[in-house]
Ligand binder design. Structure first.
Ligand SMILES: Nc1ncnc2c1ncn2[C@@H]1O[C@H](COP(=O)(O)OP(=O)(O)OP(=O)(O)O)[C@@H](O)[C@H]1O
Length: 318
């Protein structure tokens, strides 16, 4: 395979389930992430993001297709791949709560075969970088979620990996902790690391990523720069109209490229459109019918994301 950081070709992963048909968690996924890129992998719950991370980190075997990290095949060269990647999961998984922050990192570094002296230096350096030095001698169970997550990131960086897999790293964090964490990811990118960031937070992906991909039901539906995602956003608009009679509501809903017409409250109707022409057509019709109480707004990134993935994406932001 090529010199890309991550190269995935026609990757399929099935899960066998008792008494049910096999579940296709990844369905012929093809993705190339060049070295030094922060790549956002977006998708609703169950889209297959974690499965892809697991295959890349050699924990799960592909059912078919290929995946390589820094040119090493995840199946045939699994041991090499393990040394080239760092994995950071959201939540509490993988930390020992009764050990201190320093002990956790030291343990991890010893698993990577770092000797005592090198370990001490590396662990101190990472604690400092993550802003955890002051609390390093305290048990992890006393840490806030944001601190745990920074410790996770430090753990992922112990072996100075070329490729970092961040799986929902800011899930459950308060906004300040999430902001600080994102700053760290930006620093990593400046330092030349390649990052695959899985998230269902579209705004986070857009803020951090050079490119983003959308995974839905195991299929990769789109890979684009966040700016291009912005184009998707700007082609969607939302009108909020007061006093729209039911008969007129039905006529609006029947116009081409009108995505949704929903009641917001007793008197307000929300009309979502997918093209600039649709906005014009709706406005013309409303004005013709004497309806003038209309507000135009842009949907949030999350809302566009919902459009892309449908109601399977209802857990967005959750
Ligand atoms: N060990 C397993 N056995 C059977 N099905 C599984 C297993 N692990 C995951 N799945 C299923 O595979 C699909 C993809 O799951 P995966 O965890 O990769 O999604 P995800 O995008 O990471 O979701 P989330 O955002 O909820 O973490 C889901 O339908 C899930 O229920």
């Amino acid at each position: 395979m090529t010199g890309s950081a991550i190269e995935v070709r026609e990757l399929t992963r099935l899960y066998r389930r008792k008494g049910k048909p096999e579940l296709r968690a990844l369905d012929r996924v093809t993705l190339t992430v060049p070295r030094g890129e922060v790549h956002g992998l977006l998708g609703p719950n169950g889209a297959g993001k974690t499965t892809l991370c697991r295959v890349l980190s050699t924990v799960l075997l592909p059912s078919s297709g290929d995946a390589a990290v820094l040119g090493r095949d995840v199946v045939r060269q699994a041991e090499e791949v393990k040394r080239l990647i760092g994995i950071v999961f959201g939540g509490d998984r993988g930390l020992y709560p009764r050990l201190t922050g320093r002990q956790n990192l030291d343990l991890w570094a010893s698993l990577y075969g770092l000797h005592r002296k090198a370990r001490r230096v590396r662990v101190a350096e990472l604690l400092e970088r993550m802003g955890l030095s002051e609390r390093a001698e305290e048990r992890v169970q006393t840490y806030s979620r944001g601190m745990k997550q920074r410790l996770h990131l430090a753990r992922g960086l112990v072996c100075d990996p070329g490729v970092l897999l961040l799986d929902e790293p800011t899930v459950g964090m308060d906004p300040v902790a999430a902001h600080d964490f994102r700053e760290l990811v930006r620093e990593l990118r400046t330092g030349g690391h390649t990052v695959l960031l899985t998230t269902h937070d579209m705004a986070e992906a857009a803020a951090l990523s050079d490119r983003v991909s959308f995974l839905d039901n195991g299929r990769l539906t789109l890979t684009a720069s966040p700016e291009a995602v912005g184009d998707v956003v700007s082609s969607h608009e939302r009108l909020e109209v007061r006093g729209l009679p039911a008969a007129l509501r039905a006529r609006v809903a029947a116009l081409p490229a009108v995505a949704a017409v929903t009641a917001v409250d007793g008197d307000t109707t929300r009309i979502e459109t997918e093209t600039p022409e649709a906005v014009r057509a709706v406005l013309l019709l409303l004005v013709e019918e004497g309806i003038t109480d209309i507000a135009r707004t842009r949907p949030s990134l999350e809302e566009v994301y919902l459009h892309l993935v449908g109601d399977r994406g209802m857990a967005v932001g959750g």
